[in-house]
Design a protein around this ligand. Structure first.
Ligand SMILES: Cc1cc2nc3c(=O)[nH]c(=O)nc-3n(C[C@H](O)[C@H](O)[C@H](O)COP(=O)(O)OP(=O)(O)OC[C@H]3O[C@@H](n4cnc5c(N)ncnc54)[C@H](O)[C@@H]3O)c2cc1C
Length: 286
C-alpha cells in the first residue's frame, strides 16, 4: 500500500481533531476490474467502467468495493471514538493511556452548538440554549482541573498511568488508525453523514467523504446518487403515495422526459425507473 509520507491530505476537524490519509489501495478502476473477473472480459472504455460501477452500487453488488482500501489516522474526542468504534468491520489501533500520558487536548464546543435537549428526537439537540456561553466556560474550567490532577498523579506521585486517567472526560482527545475497504466506508458514511448523526461525528464523516472523493470520484458519486441521497419508501408510504398522486403519466411523457442514455443514466436505469413508476401506479400501463 503506498503510504502518504508527507501527510498532505489532512483535514482539520473540530477544535483539535483531524483526519489524515495514510494510504490508499486501488482507484475507480478497481471495483470494475474486480467485478470483471466473473466474465474475464475487460472494460472497453472509461464510460463502460463508470456504467458498471454505478450498476453494482445501484443493485447492492457490494463485494467489488471490498478490494479498495483507505487508511486514516484520526484524532477525535473520546465520545466520537466511542461511536466510531461501533463500526465493527473496520480495523483499528488506538493510542494507549496505559503506555503514555495522553496529550492535554480537550474538545470544547462553540457556544452556538449548545442546545436544549430535543423534544422529538430523544438523542439530539433542540433549540439554542441561552446560557451556552457559561456552560462552555465551565466545561473548559473542569477540563483544566482534571488535566492538573492527571498530570500531578503521574508526574508528582508516580501513579500508574492506567489509573491516573480514571476520571478522564469523554471530551479528551485520543488518536487512532482506522483501515477499511470502500464498502466499510460507504456504510460508515451512510450512517454518520445523516442529519440524525451527532454533529461531532458527522463533521469527521464529511471530512472523510471529501478526501475519498479525490481518490474514488466515480464510486463516491455513485454512492451519493444511489445510497446517500436516495430515498427508500416503505410499503405503507407507497400505498399512501398512490392515493395522493392518482394521475398516472402517459408512456409518451415518460419517453419525452427520460434523457438520452449515458453512463450517468443508462438505458437499463431508465427501464428500472419505468418499473418503479409502474409499481407506484404513476405510469399508465399500456
Ligand atoms: C444515529 C445513530 C444512533 C445510534 N445510537 C446507538 C445507541 O444508542 N446505542 C448503541 O449501542 N448503538 C447506537 N448506534 C450504533 C449502531 O447501532 C451501530 O452499531 C453502528 O451504527 C454501526 O453500524 P453497523 O453495525 O451497521 O456497522 P458495522 O459494525 O461496521 O457492521 C457493518 C455490517 O456488517 C454486518 N455485521 C457486523 N457485525 C455483525 C454481527 N455481529 N452480526 C450480524 N451482522 C453483522 C451488518 O450487516 C452490519 O450492518 C447508533 C448509530 C447511529 C448512526
Amino acid at each position: 500500500m503506498p503510504l502518504n509520507p508527507d501527510y498532505t491530505n489532512e483535514k482539520p476537524v473540530l477544535d483539535h481533531g483531524y483526519v489524515r490519509l495514510l494510504g490508499v489501495m486501488g482507484d475507480d478502476s478497481s471495483p470494475d476490474s474486480d467485478a470483471r473477473i466473473s466474465t474475464g472480459v475487460a472494460a472497453r472504455s472509461e464510460a463502460q467502467q463508470t456504467t458498471l460501477v454505478r450498476f453494482l452500487l445501484r443493485h447492492k453488488h457490494t463485494t467489488p468495493f471490498e478490494g479498495s482500501v483507505m487508511k486514516f489516522e484520526v484524532r477525535a474526542p473520546i465520545m466520537v471514538i466511542r461511536e466510531w468504534f461501533r463500526h465493527r468491520t473496520f480495523s483499528y489501533n488506538e493510542e494507549s493511556g496505559r503506555y503514555k500520558q495522553l496529550d492535554p487536548l480537550y474538545y470544547t464546543p462553540e457556544a452556538d452548538r449548545v442546545s436544549y435537549q430535543a423534544k422529538s428526537n430523544h438523542q439530539g439537540s433542540g433549540d439554542p440554549h441561552p446560557e451556552s456561553e457559561r456552560f462552555v466556560a465551565e466545561w473548559g474550567d473542569e477540563q483544566k482541573e482534571f488535566e492538573a490532577s492527571y498530570t500531578e498523579l503521574i508526574q508528582t506521585h508516580n501513579v500508574a498511568r492506567e489509573l491516573a486517567r480514571l476520571n478522564m472526560p469523554v471530551s479528551h482527545y485520543s488518536t487512532f488508525v482506522v483501515t477499511g475497504n470502500l464498502l466499510n466506508w460507504f456504510r460508515f458514511l451512510q450512517l454518520r453523514m445523516e442529519a440524525t448523526a451527532q454533529y461531532e461525528i458527522r463533521v469527521y464523516a464529511e471530512a472523510i467523504f471529501e478526501i475519498a472523493k479525490q481518490y474514488f470520484p466515480s464510486s463516491l458519486a455513485a454512492f451519493q446518487d444511489y445510497w446517500l441521497d436516495a430515498i427508500t419508501l416503505t410499503r405503507r408510504e407507497v400505498d399512501l403515495l398512490k392515493q395522493m398522486l392518482p394521475r398516472a403519466v402517459s408512456e409518451e411523457s415518460f419517453n419525452g422526459a427520460v434523457p438520452e442514455p449515458s453512463p450517468m443514466f443508462t438505458k437499463r436505469e431508465a427501464g428500472e425507473f419505468r418499473e418503479k413508476l409502474l409499481r407506484l401506479g404513476l405510469l399508465e400501463r399500456t
